[in-house]
Design a protein around this ligand. Structure first.
Ligand SMILES: Cc1ncc(COP(=O)(O)O)c(C=O)c1O
Ligand SMILES: [Zn+2]
Length: 444
């Protein structure tokens, strides 16, 4: 822990009224909000020379801590890391070939392999690593979080490593595998009988009653700062920001952080602009898609982003994405609109076909939220949302270990046998046609 609070590396600035907060000690003393207007949305800015960034970007990283000069931590000795964030962007040519063959498009498809993150294998690891490190530095010993699974799992692991107690509030339908993981680290789980909104409500009450800081959700400056490094990684690995960015969306930290990262480095990379954000939800929990479709039908009237439905108790196979009350829609919808992007709906019955295809073609077994994202790629092509010559980035956020039940449903080559005569050799290629057909079949 650092006791000297005077520093000039960074400050936080309220996005609503511009009031500055000098450091994260003060930010937590203020209850993680602006002291003047109460907004929870502040952004970090750095008193640093960005001219060094291109040189840093060209070196090989071990983790996102490679970008330490542009992260809000003062001492490297406080870093709590498991090698997260420096993950590969893989070219998936089978998708490029498909786009060429079926849609006549020459595109590049890069898949951002968040499932390879060191900690828990999800795209929440970087935020948890930054939070744990920062808490070590400023002396936060108790924390709490409401989460549908992946965030809580990552926070539980990293905060344990930093010796910070973390209480996790999970909705009734959160995955048993997540609960077990968190519990096994010794962190407290509260299984809330109700949906994610209810879990958040109970967590907020607990936070207030015990004066324990609570994770501030998608606009949390800690999460945004960690995730913005994704932009630096794109520049390092493909030397550009992609034209199109596809992600499964629940609250939308991804697009918020990409936008922040690009604005932050604009002075030295003036040509950069946001990719077109294509954000995907499932038909069982699609409040953002519904809101977007209504706005589109009305011609995007002034203030369109303020209107969105709330879905109580969404019944979805993808608990990770079960945010029925999307409080960040006003921020995210504006970014999507300005970028020329869209919100897309995928049908949950396509989850397994898409998951099986990824595993078959690339030997990458996705978790359900990753399958949602990948399904978005096929929908985007069908809706002509990708143009010839463009570079597309598909941000897959988790692997199969996060959802064992999903993996178990992928069995399709097994045969029950009793005798040798019932067993005959197979040819892998024979499965291909059927797998593609299941993915591309029209939904009725
Ligand atoms: C794998 C995966 N994809 C997508 C999301 C949605 O992310 P966000 O809440 O930032 O919209 C999550 C969130 O938990 C996730 O774990
Ligand atoms: Zn303010």
């Amino acid at each position: 822990m650092l006791r000297v609070k005077i520093q000039n590396k960074y400050t936080l600035t309220c996005t609503q009224c511009g009031t500055e907060t000098p450091n994260f000690w003060t930010w937590f003393d203020q209850g993680q909000q602006c002291p003047k207007c109460g907004s929870k949305h502040s952004e970090v800015s750095y008193n640093r020379r960005y001219q060094r960034l291109p040189r840093i970007i060209k070196r090989t990283p071990n983790s996102f801590w490679h970008y330490f000069p542009f992260l809000p931590l003062l001492r490297r000795r406080h870093i709590v890391s498991k090698g997260e964030g420096a993950i590969p962007l893989e070219r998936w040519t089978f998708l490029e070939e498909f786009a060429k063959r079926e849609h006549g498009l020459n595109i590049q498809v890069h898949v951002y392999r968040n499932d390879l993150n060191g900690g828990t294998g999800t795209f929440k690891d970087i935020a948890a690593s930054l939070a744990a490190s920062l808490f070590k530095e400023i002396g936060v010993h108790q924390y709490c979080i409401a989460s549908t699974g992946n965030s809580a799992t990552a926070y539980a692991m990293y905060l344990s490593m930093a010796g910070v107690n973390c209480s996790v509030f999970m909705p009734e339908d959160a995955l048993k595998a997540s609960e077990a993981t968190i519990s096994s680290y010794g962190q407290q789980v509260f299984r809330v009988m109700g949906d994610y909104a209810k879990a958040k409500e109970i967590a907020a009450g607990y936070a207030a009653a015990h004066n324990i800081p609570m994770s501030a959700g998608n606009i949390d400056p800690i999460r945004v700062e960690a995730k913005k490094t994704m932009v630096f990684e794109w520049l390092r690995q493909i030397d550009q920001v992609p034209d199109v960015y596809i992600q499964a969306v629940s609250g939308g930290t991804g697009p918020i952080a990409v936008d922040k990262g690009i604005r932050e480095i604009k002075p030295i990379y003036p040509e950069l602009k946001n990719p077109r954000f294509l954000l995907v939800q499932t038909d069982k929990c699609d409040p953002m898609v519904q809101a977007w479709e209504a706005a589109e039908a009305a011609g995007f009237p002034e203030g369109f982003e303020k209107n969105y439905p709330i879905i109580d108790n969404p019944q979805t196979e993808v608990p990770t994405l079960a945010t029925g009350n999307p409080g960040t829609y006003p921020i995210v919808a504006k970014l999507v609109k300005e970028s020329g992007g869209s919100f897309l709906r995928m049908h949950e019955k396509k989850l397994l076909p898409v998951g099986k295809l990824m595993a078959y073609e690339k030997k990458v077994i996705p978790g359900p939220a990753s399958a949602v994202c990948m399904a978005g790629f096929f929908i985007a092509l069908k809706k002509n949302l990708i143009n010839d010559g463009e570079t597309v980035l598909v941000n897959i956020g988790e692997g199969a270990n996060r959802a064992p039940y999903f993996l178990e449903q992928m069995i399709y080559t097994s045969r029950k046998v009793k005798k040798v005569e019932e067993c005959s050799p197979h040819v892998i290629d024979d499965f291909r046609e059927q797998l593609w057909k299941e993915v591309l079949e029209e939904d009725e």
